[in-house]
Write a protein that binds this ligand. Structure first.
Ligand code: CA
Length: 98
């Protein structure tokens, strides 16, 4: 039992530096263009785009469009949701003839 405790303590000592090196890097894969647009349209800087902010950016956007990408129905688009929208808008439809 004592050996087990010692072994655990030794592991903890070796593990400590590894924990110290862990940095909290954001793992967002947001393309720079979408990220840039997101920041530009996020007028109140709360990290999400409300329907008003989206409509201010593009008056043609309807509530239905908004709801389609508001995956968690939070009435705002997160960066992730907005990026999906941007990608959908910038990617030509796969059903295009040819
Ligand atoms: Ca906002």
């Amino acid at each position: 039992m004592i050996k087990f405790v010692l072994a655990s303590a030794t592991l903890a000592i070796f593990a400590a530096p590894a924990f110290a090196q862990v940095t909290t890097q954001p793992t967002t894969s947001t393309p720079p263009a979408a990220e840039d647009k997101f920041i530009k349209h996020d007028k109140d800087g709360d990290g999400a785009l409300s329907v008003a902010e989206v409509k201010a950016a593009d008056a043609k956007v309807t509530q239905a469009d908004f709801d389609k990408y508001d995956g968690d129905k939070s009435q705002s688009l997160s960066r992730e949701e907005f990026t999906k929208w941007v990608e959908a808008k910038t990617t030509p439809p796969a059903s295009a003839p040819g």
